[in-house]
Design a binder for this molecule. Structure first.
Ligand code: ZN
Length: 309
């Protein structure tokens, strides 16, 4: 039954459906991103999905949080989404959890998963996920949207973290004002959520079922800005030297930092070599030019006495 369900994607060379059907993932946030990400996850045939959100469905959610219906208004988002998804794919284990992610609850709520998917709109919660994922060595699929675009990336111990991505000022502003997006809601539109959610599901597949055709991106974010002529682009990100992830990695995985240092040293050496080449090259050319100029002058001067004869 499940093989037939996923027949078309299983025709992709080296596709192993069992990698997906054995996987357990957690989706944090059942809003616009969460709705479309979950729809993608049941399409992929991910074996087990935990959806976490303590929020209730409101009228203004319905145009972007596409699975919710008018009759769902007032119900919990995570539990409702789980029930609606089960109707679409009964072979998947889906749990809706009406809980708020906090420092002292995160461990109980999200444990025993292979991937965590960040569909939240608060940096405060993102930071908790960030630390949790580094501590437990769980890949974090980050996603964020505005009305003009969004971004997604795969964050692991070997990549920069959420705090390396977001500027400190923005983090402080949000943490100081934890409910900022509730008090002061930002503009949002359905098509951006759909595009970014699609790319996030693609990132989930890349982690659970890497394929030889996958492009090996360096650490960074896949970005969309619909105001640009070329709206999709990839932005490399670097680990910040004094970031919390560095402090944490020193405790839980110091080897990763050592390896990174060695790679950086190699790159610096190579860059220095390249730089030396570019400096040497114009100098050589300059020397060559002066040399020919002198040669020409000498031939000219040597000719003059001849003509005087
Ligand atoms: Zn960091």
């Amino acid at each position: 039954m499940s093989e037939i369900k996923y027949d078309r994607q299983s025709r992709i060379p080296e596709w192993e459906q069992k990698n997906l059907s054995r996987a357990k993932v957690a989706v944090i946030g059942a809003g616009a991103l969460g709705n479309h990400v979950c729809l993608g996850l049941i399409g992929l045939g991910v074996g087990s999905i935990k959806i976490i959100d303590y929020d209730e469905i409101e009228t203004h959610n319905l145009n972007r949080q596409s699975l919710f219906r008018e009759e769902d208004i007032g119900k919990n988002k995570a539990e409702t989404l789980a029930e609606l998804l089960k109707e679409r794919n009964s072979s998947i284990e889906i749990f809706g959890i009406d809980e708020k992610i906090e420092e002292d609850t995160i461990d109980d709520i999200i444990r025993d998963v292979d991937v965590i998917i960040d569909c939240v709109d608060l940096i405060y919660v993102r930071n908790l996920l960030n630390i949790f994922c580094i501590e437990h060595n769980i890949p974090l699929i980050h996603g964020g949207i505005s009305w003009t675009g969004g971004q997604t990336g795969i964050l692991t111990r070997k990549t920069p973290c959420i705090k390396c991505i977001y500027p400190k000022a923005l983090q402080k502003e949000e943490i100081d004002n934890e409910t900022s997006c509730i008090r002061n809601p930002e503009a949002s539109v359905v098509y951006i959520s759909q595009i970014i959610a699609g790319l996030m599901v693609y990132n989930v597949r890349k982690v659970l079922l890497p394929l030889p055709t996958d492009y090996k991106h360096p650490s960074g974010l896949f970005k969309l800005d619909v105001r640009l002529e070329n709206p999709f682009y990839f932005e490399k990100i670097m680990r910040k030297k004094k970031c919390d992830c560095v402090k944490l990695l020193k405790k839980v995985a110091p080897n990763i930092l050592k390896e990174e240092k060695e790679i950086l040293k190699k790159i610096e050496k190579e860059n220095l070599k390249e730089l030396q080449k570019t400096i040497e090259l114009p100098n050589k050319e300059k020397n060559l030019k002066t040399h020919t100029l002198i040669k020409k002058k000498t031939t000219k001067t040597s000719k003059t006495p001849k003509s005087s004869k």
